[in-house]
Design a protein around this ligand. Sequence first.
Ligand SMILES: [Zn+2]
Length: 205
Amino acid sequence: MYPEPMLRLIEELAKFPGIGRKTAERLAFYVLKTPAAEAMKLAYAIRDLKKKTRNCSLCNNLTEAELCRICADSKRDTSLLCVVEQPRDLIAIEKLERYRGRYHVLLGNLALLEGIEAKDLAIAGLIARLRRSASAEHEQDRIREVILATNPNLDGDATALYLAEELKDQGVKITHLARGLPSGGSIEAANRANLFEAFARRTAL
Ligand SMILES: [Zn+2]
């Protein structure tokens, strides 16, 4: 029905989450009628994203440099470490413009049914950070509180419980976002006021 290059684009677009075959066809027609220079911007943006974006060597946040903007910022509060599942959760919390500590991104959550286990998450790096912090020379360089900000759903809760157990001997206070975010949802999808509340009323585990 379609010329081969058109078909290829439709098939690639249809792989995106939330994009069905119909929408992929519509997008492909849009690209077809867009001037070449304009359409190539999309191709270059994808190429640059894959080439230039990586995970921060300390916290796994997205970055173009070795360290992300937050890890490189000496004004951030070293005593607070917020653990999230994905970089997009970190972005949702940053948008609140309230939290001034640092982060650790797990790059996933425990999902035993899907075969995702603790070893698949960036937990070793988290424990290493806590150990380094515990032996920091200056008191102000030490992490005092780890905030578990996993998503408010079954897998997120399982991940938080696992981490609370793993980290209990690291000599830091462990807290969890307060209940109140819509259950089964995500930090990313939570509204600003709810997320703000969950942060402000976080509880010790
Ligand atoms: Zn970082």
